[in-house]
Every structure is written in structure tokens, then in C-alpha cells.
Write a new protein. Structure first.
Length: 672
């Protein structure tokens, strides 16, 4: 038997067939429909491998001393409900905090934020989008009125030029990178701006290898050069934008020669990039974590928006500002309101009218106190926050400054984790709830280009594991706010009724290629491209943004700049991919990329064990000496618990979006 599903890894959202024999998942095959068009990357092809892994959690667990004992669902859920009720009574509803999951379905994330707001009475709901694209949502909402990818994966292929800045697309969004490569082979010009020589630079007309944290200087200088050459789109600027004069004046301060001093990129290359992007009929800008994960995250994003507005590259096929969403359902978790300041469908929690509308639908009064972000919750543990419920996230590996996170989680009165596996975070929980994987449930994921797609249950849950939507419904009902849904389609119907952008979405309509929001009615075909006639906010708005260095810069004691990220074969904290034999076979060891000249100075050879230390901690791992990384820069992926990169990272955040600066901190490297 083969069952249609959606790849549980990245936001590209490739469809796949789950093959089932005798009630077990035995393999996956690509699906002809959806973004992957009958292809999968190596992670997709091995997506079944963790499903039946012997480490899957199959019974609820309650802490007993240093370990856990098995419990029934009734006992575990009663305990969680009584702890939440108690904390609410003693400290108030805002002492309870929730982390939703970009790996779980739309229906599950919707229920978790509803549980937080309606059953508990707090806006303390957030998820990994905070660590990922919170700066995108803030920045793009300000410039355009919507925080999502402006274009669709398909129409990227129409571009004549690409600027890929801070996205290692072929490793992190492989089936989307395929479209870029196809366009390049057809003649489109590719500019890559990345401190490292990523695989896509093979296809690039130009590689701008700038220092981490200097994107604003780079982009301002490109705009300076575009205006100097007269390549700005005056008609578009006049008809569709506002505040251009201020931007024009501001970027005069950034001649390419000046930016060269900040970025380390030769002025001539910046001019060439400006010429390629500025003179293209259709230029598409793609970005990801290299732009967002900085204390200047919002300003970085605004800068990309400025460039697209300046050249009229928005609202048409093959153009746009395209933040590539990471997790399989991070777009959806945001859409359905798993954010402290936004209700389902991006209605503002601070807006009394929106609260009234949702309150009527949910037959309750919604809390007006602003909620805490993910980073604020961790920092507030033990103080404002007494109880945390984490659904499918692993903050002890994924949040910055692990020693700090561990100390903070220790201060909680009670920690609940729902998980597939005994993650580092589950290990320190008071109650661990066994959740089911994508193969064991019905639901929807929303891919990076706002595409809502359906996954179908292929097998029965393992052991006593349960879908998160069931767990959350049971808990809510125990808290005195009944949630009785027979199946996830009823939850989607409710989402459609409260979130205008999902109004026309229903399970009956979600075959084939899914539906891209906004879908304002049941007849509406969905919206592949945003801002075609006018921007969601009316006129597109230019913003003046200034270069600002990272919070922590190299000095004598910590002379190198660390940037962190991922590799193609592993997923974040490794809970799933490090249980997948095919992927382990590719890479199964922590490593640090270091420039060959830095390595020579330090007496380090390829394959040596080295120690990397920051002001917050140190780790030991293997050196990959390479000419492909900028001198003075070190890169470490954060997948490997034996040498966790987040022991080193800095928890300085962007003031507005609260995204941590994972992409820049000072380190010292020595032979181990
Ligand atoms: N295989 C795999 N795929 C994934 C994931 C995974 O864990 N594994 N995670 C998913 C998720 S949630 C996300 S958010 C995405 C992330 O996708 P990406 O953002 O593409 O991945 P990263 O490796 O975090 O960083 C991207 C690039 O930013 C560069 N960079 C570092 N500092 C800077 C800087 O200051 N400026 C610029 N311009 N570039 C810089 C790095 O060298 C790196 O090549 O990937 C998704 N896809
Ligand atoms: N140094 C550094 N740190 C980073 C980043 C970086 O670039 N550098 N990137 C950041 C970014 S962009 C992100 S998105 C975060 C990701 O951070 P996390 O979300 O904490 O990382 P994951 O490993 O994806 O954790 C998801 C967990 O959910 C579990 N899971 C999977 N499916 C389900 C389900 O259906 N239900 C439940 N209950 N559990 C499930 C998995 O077993 C896994 O343990 O990391 C951030 N941390
Ligand atoms: S590109 Fe992303 S969605 Fe597609 S198979 Fe690979 S990991 Fe899965
Ligand atoms: Mo992410």
C-alpha cells in the first residue's frame, strides 16, 4: 500500500509516497505532484528510516529521581493539568509558557495556541520561527505588509538573475535549488553572497565572499552602484513605493570602496553584482539564515526589500524577495498563530477587535497581556515562567548558549515535553509524552511558498504514542476548556473559519499541488504571487538602514569569527537524522571548517582534533581545513551533541524580533 504524505524535513514540501507493508513503513518513493515533481533529496528518500527506530518513545513517562517511570496517559495528563492549574492559581496564567513545533501539523499548532490562549489564558506561545525567520516576518511586514515568500517555487525558474544571500540553498533546500540551477543552465546569472564557498557557487557568475555580519554594507553599496549607473526602476518607484528620497540619500554614504573596507569584498565585484541584478529584466532574491540570524536581522531583511523595491523586482514571475522557510511546517505554525503577538492568520493579538472576533469564535475572552518570545521564556524561567510545555523542539541543543539554557530550564517548577525521541530536552523534563511521527497522522503542512499540503495517515501509532492534536485536546478538556475534535479535518475547518488567509482551505480541496494562501474563499484558486497590483500594506516602503557590527567581534583573546549552520545530511539537533542509517553513513561526526591560512598559523592540519572556545564554553571536534571559507572565519554545524555548536554561540538578540545572533561570535581555536 502507498500513502501520500509530505516530507517531514524541509520547507520545500516535497510530496512522497509512504510504502506500507504489514502495518510498517518500509520505504518512501517520490510523488509526481507537489514541489519535488517526482524527486526527493537524500533526506526525503530516507524519511522512513527513523519512524520505526527502536528509540521511539511509546509510553508516557513521569520523572522519578534521576530517571523516569512509565505511566498511563490518564496519569500523565492529569499530572500535567494539575500542575498547570496550580501554577495558574498561584502565579497567574502568564507563569505557563508553551513552545509549539514547526515539525507538527497546522492543526496541532493551532490547537496549542488555542490551548494557551483560551484554556490557560496566556499569549506565551512561540516556536522555532523565533530562531529562524522572526526578523523576516517583522522586516517584510514593514516593507511590504506580509512576511512570507513573495513568489512561488515554480516561477523562480523565470528569473534572469538571482541574488542568493545567506542561503546554502542546494544543501538546505535541495529541490528548490534545482530550479535555480535549471534557470542558470538556461542562461540566468547567479550571484552568491556568502562567507563560504557553498556548492551553488559552482554555478555562480559571481561570488561575493563577505565577512559575516556585513550584509547591510554590501547591499547598501549595491544600491549605491545601481543608482550611480541609473539602473533604478523610476516608474515602479513612483507608482508603487514611498520614502525613496531618504533611501537614495542614505546609500550615497556607501560607495563600493567604503563597503569594501567593511565587507572585505572588492569594490569592482560589488559594482558587477549591482550591474547584474540591476540590469536584469526579472531578478529574484533568495535569502535565509545568513541574513536573519543577526542582531541586525530586521535591518538586514529591510535591506533586501530595499534592493527589490529599487529595481522593481517584485510582484511578477521570476522576481521577488524570497525568504526560504526552514522547517517542514514553520510557515504553517506562524500562519495559525503559534506566535506571542499574532493570532491565527496574522491578526494582531494587541488589536482589541481581533481579540473580540477570536474570543467570540472560541467562546472565551482572550488575554490582552503581550506574550513572551521563545528567548524571553528561557530567560524568564524560574522567575516569570514556572511551567513550560515544549512540543517537538529541542532547545537544549538549538537555543544559543547551552550552559545558560540548561541553567534556566533547571529553574522551572515543571517541564513537559512531547517528542518522538528522548531528546536532550526531554531528558531533563518532568513528564515526557510520546508523540507520533508524520507517518502516523493526518494533517497539513504549509511549505515555504505558502502552499498548504495534505499528509495522510499511513500506519497506526507505535505503541501508545498519540498525535499531538489528541494530546492537546485531552489536556485542554482536563483544564476545563473542552476540545473535542473527531479528526484533524474538523480543526482545519475551524482554522478556515477564523483565519481569513485560510478561509477557502478544506481537506476536500487539498489534492494535487495544494493551495497557496491567501485563499479568501472556497472558490478561490490560491495566490502564487503576492503584491502583484499593490502591496499588502498599500505602497512598498523603503527603510534607511545602517551597518552595525555583530554584538561580539574578534579581539586578541578570541581572534576568530564563528558562524554556525547546517549540512545537507543532518537535521538540526540530529534527533531524527542521526537515527537514519543512510544519513549517518554520509556524515556522523562534528567538524569545524577553518581557513587554510588560519590553520597554518595555528599549526592545524586537516583531520586534527581542535578545541574551539568562546566566552561561554568550549568544544572539541575535527578540523576541516579549506580554502573555501573566508580567512578569519570558522564554521560549525549545530547537529552534533558530542560537540554542540551552541555551547559557543552568543545569546545577543535583535532588539525588535528577538532572533539570536547565531551567525557571528568570537572564538579561539587551538589544537586539542
Ligand atoms: N539539511 C538540512 N536542511 C535544512 C535544515 C537542516 O537542519 N538540515 N534546516 C532547515 C531550517 S529550519 C532552516 S531555517 C534552513 C536554513 O537554511 P540556510 O540559511 O541556507 O542554512 P545555514 O547553514 O544556517 O546558513 C546559510 C548560509 O549562511 C552563510 N552565512 C553565515 N553568516 C553569514 C552572514 O553574515 N551573511 C550571509 N549573507 N551569509 C552568512 C553560511 O555560510 C551558510 O552557507 O534550512 C532548512 N533546511
Ligand atoms: N547554532 C545554531 N543554532 C540554531 C540555528 C543555527 O543556524 N545555528 N538555527 C536555528 C533554527 S533556524 C531553527 S529552526 C532551530 C531548530 O530547533 P529545534 O526545533 O529545537 O530543532 P529540531 O531538531 O528540529 O527539533 C524538533 C524536535 O521535534 C521532534 N519531532 C518531530 N516530529 C514531531 C512531531 O510530530 N511531534 C512532536 N511532538 N515532536 C516531533 C524531533 O524528534 C525533534 O527532537 O534551531 C536554531 N538553532
Ligand atoms: S528538498 Fe526538503 S522537502 Fe524535499 S525531499 Fe529534501 S528535505 Fe524533503
Ligand atoms: Mo529554521
Amino acid at each position: 500500500m502507498k500513502v501520500t504524505s509530505v516530507c517531514p524535513y524541509c520547507g520545500v514540501g516535497c510530496l512522497l509516497y509512504v510504502h506500507v507493508r504489514d502495518g510498517r513503513v518500509v520505504g518512501v518513493l517520490p510523488h509526481p505532484k507537489g514541489p519535488g515533481e517526482n524527486r526527493l533529496c537524500i533526506k526525503g528518500w530516507s524519511a522512513h528510516e527513523f519512524v520505526h527506530h527502536k528509540d521511539r518513545l511509546t509510553r508516557p513517562l513521569i520523572r522519578e529521581g534521576a530517571g523516569f517511570r512509565e505511566a498511563s496517559w490518564d496519569e500523565a495528563l492529569d499530572l500535567v493539568a494539575s500542575k498547570i492549574s496550580e501554577a495558574k492559581q498561584v502565579y497567574g496564567a502568564d507563569s505557563v509558557a508553551f513552545l509549539a513545533s514547526a515539525k507538527a501539523t497546522n492543526e496541532e499548532n493551532y490547537l496549542m495556541q488555542k490551548l494557551a490562549r483560551a484554556a490557560v489564558g496566556t499569549n506565551n506561545i512561540d516556536h522555532c520561527a523565533r530562531l529562524c525567520h522572526s526578523s523576516t516576518v517583522t522586516g517584510m511586514s514593514r516593507a511590504f505588509g506580509s512576511g512570507a515568500m513573495t513568489n512561488s517555487q515554480e516561477d523562480l525558474e523565470d528569473a534572469d538573475a538571482f541574488l542568493i544571500i545567506g542561503s546554502n540553498t542546494s544543501e538546505q533546500h535541495p529541490l528548490l535549488a534545482r530550479r535555480v540551477i535549471r534557470a542558470v543552465k538556461r542562461g540566468a546569472k547567479l550571484i552568491v553572497a556568502d562567507p563560504r564557498d557553498i556548492p551553488l557557487t559552482e554555478y555562480a557568475a559571481l561570488h561575493l565572499q563577505h565577512r559575516p555580519g556585513t550584509d547591510i554594507a554590501l547591499l547598501n553599496a549595491m544600491m549605491n552602484a545601481i543608482i550611480a549607473e541609473g539602473l533604478q526602476d523610476d516608474a515602479f518607484i513612483k507608482a508603487r513605493t514611498k520614502d525613496y528620497e531618504a533611501l537614495r540619500e542614505h546609500v550615497q554614504k556607501y560607495p563600493p570602496e567604503y563597503a569594501e573596507g567593511i565587507t572585505g569584498v572588492p569594490a569592482a565585484k560589488i559594482r558587477e553584482a549591482a550591474h547584474i541584478y540591476g540590469s536584469a529584466e526579472k531578478a529574484s532574491l533568495l535569502f535565509s539564515m545568513g541574513i536573519t540570524q543577526h542582531i541586525t536581522g530586521v535591518n538586514n531583511v529591510l535591506s533586501t526589500a530595499n534592493l527589490a523595491l529599487l529595481t522593481g523586482n517584485i510582484g511578477r514571475r521570476g522576481t521577488g524577495v524570497n525568504p526560504l522557510r526552514g522547517q517542514n511546517n514553520v510557515q504553517g505554525a506562524c500562519d495559525v498563530g503559534a506566535l506571542p503577538d499574532l493570532l491565527p492568520g496574522y491578526q494582531r493579538a494587541a488589536d482589541p477587535e481581533a481579540r473580540k472576533r477570536l474570543g467570540e469564535a472560541w467562546k472565551t475572552t482572550l488575554p490582552s497581556e503581550p506574550g513572551l518570545t521563545l528567548t524571553e521564556k528561557v530567560n524568564g524561567a524560574g522567575d516569570k515562567v514556572k511551567i513550560m510545555f515544549v512540543m517537538g523542539e529541542n532547545p537544549l541543543m538549538s537555543d544559543p548558549d547551552t550552559n545558560h539554557v540548561r541553567k534556566q530550564l533547571d529553574k522551572l517548577d515543571f517541564l513537559v515535553v512531547s517528542e518522538l525521541f528522548m531528546s536532550e530536552t526531554a531528558e531533563v523534563a518532568d513528564v515526557v509524552l510520546p508523540a507520533v511521527s508524520f507517518a502516523e497522522k493526518d494533517g497539513t503542512f504549509t511549505a515555504t511558498d505558502r502552499r498548504v499540503q495534505r499528509l495522510y495517515k499511513a500506519i497506526e501509532p507505535l505503541g501508545e504514542a498519540k498525535p499531538d492534536w489528541w494530546i492537546l485536546g485531552q489536556l485542554s478538556t482536563r483544564l476545563g476548556y473542552a476540545m473535542k475534535y473527531a479528526d484533524p479535518s474538523e480543526i482545519m475547518d475551524e482554522i478556515a473559519s477564523v483565519a481569513p488567509i485560510y478561509r477557502g482551505v478544506s481537506y476536500e480541496r487539498l489534492g494535487g499541488d495544494g493551495l497557496r494562501w491567501p485563499v479568501p474563499s472556497k472558490e478561490h484558486p490560491g495566490t502564487p504571487i503576492l503584491h502583484t497590483e499593490k502591496f499588502s500594506r498599500g505602497l512598498g516602503k523603503f527603510h534607511v538602514v545602517e551597518h552595525r557590527p555583530p554584538a561580539e567581534e574578534p579581539d586578541e583573546e578570541y581572534p576568530l569569527l564563528l558562524t554556525t549552520g547546517r549540512v545537507q545530511f543532518h537535521w538540526h539537533t540530529g534527533t531524527m537524522t542521526r537515527r537514519s542509517p543512510t544519513l549517518i553513513d554520509q556524515v556522523n561526526e562534528a567538524f569545524a571548517e577553518i581557513n587554510e591560512r588560519d590553520a597554518e598559523r595555528l599549526g592545524i592540519h586537516f583531520g586534527d582534533m581542535i578545541m574551539v572556545a568562546s566566552r561561554r564554553g568550549e568544544i572539541t571536534l575535527r578540523a576541516r581545513v579549506t580554502g573555501g571559507i573566508k580567512e578569519g572565519v570558522v564554521f560549525i554545524p549545530f547537529h552534533f551533541s558530542e560537540a554542540p555548536a551552541n555551547m559557543l554561540t552568543n545569546n545577543a538578540v535583535d532588539a525588535e524580533s528577538k532572533i539570536p545572533e547565531y551567525k557571528a561570535c568570537a572564538v579561539r581555536v587551538s589544537r586539542a
